[in-house]
Design a protein around this ligand. Sequence first.
Ligand code: PBG
Length: 328
Amino acid sequence: MLHRPRRLRQHRSIREMVAETRLHPSDFIAPLFAMEGKNTREEIASMPGYYRYSLDLLAKEVQELWQLGCRSALLFVKVSDDLKDNEGKEALNPDGLMQRVIRKVKAVAPEMCLMTDVALDPYSEFGHDGIVEDGQVLNDETIGVLVDMAISHAQAGADFVAPSDMMDGRIGAIRIGLDTAGFTNTGIMAYSAKYASCFYGPFRDALDSAPVDVPDVPKDKKTYQMNPANGKEALREAGLDIEEGADILMIKPAVAYLDIIHNIKKTSTVPVSAYHVSGEYAMIKAAAAQGWLNEKEAVVEVLTSIKRAGADLIATYFVKDILKLLKI
Ligand code: PBG
């Protein structure tokens, strides 16, 4: 036999030498959940081992992440019900939870690349990413709030804003808004291909942000998030976001959408990131808890697959696990 591919798999050193994909600490973005309070953290029921932190403990968590080699965090906040409305007014409060979290994290880890979620859902009384009227999620009216929200995050010190709302035209509007306000160096990581996915379930538990079941409010996000049946449409969305000034594109979820990551990476002129979302975390945790699969091996295999598909960056709730494994 002239060809024996197994020669390159004989032992670990050879296998590692010829590995086509390698994970590195700077590949990862740590999603973080903040809440009000002092010295407390709450485990998210559907995300065992993952927590919401009060500001002081979140700062400690960020320091630990930095020590482990993590260089980027993506911030989310849990807003109390009395601060929620239809227009997301609280999202613009200069002393709102998100704005305080940004300042605090920047103070303890000034070199950490801070990214912030821009969408109305944690602030929306209806659990939608935009303003709701007559059973519709309004596009252009929502964009106005998103632009102000992005500016408010930039003012507080965010390095990147990450619009996750899927309204049409918001990347261009946010870019112009940031530039006009003097934030020409604040980047945009656009959730370009965000699918209407059941895998966000545990995240909505974490932030108490699921669409509410009341008349005249859409029950799901299918009029703005993408149909899982579509692949070409993701290329269209990605192209529009690049034209509108996005610095990084995001695909979400990750594992069920590896083809989308691959195809966007092939054509994108900007870095591509993938969000390994809450439900993808929960699935591995649940199976591992049953003893049905080896958690560490699953984490390495899944994250490697996401990178192999074409993701330059990966947001994952397994960030500490993988950073610890990479240290060994
Ligand atoms: C909200 C937002 C969601 C996620 C990130 N930003 C949920 C949603 O669209 O309902 C999901 C993240 C995850 O599941 O880990 N704009």
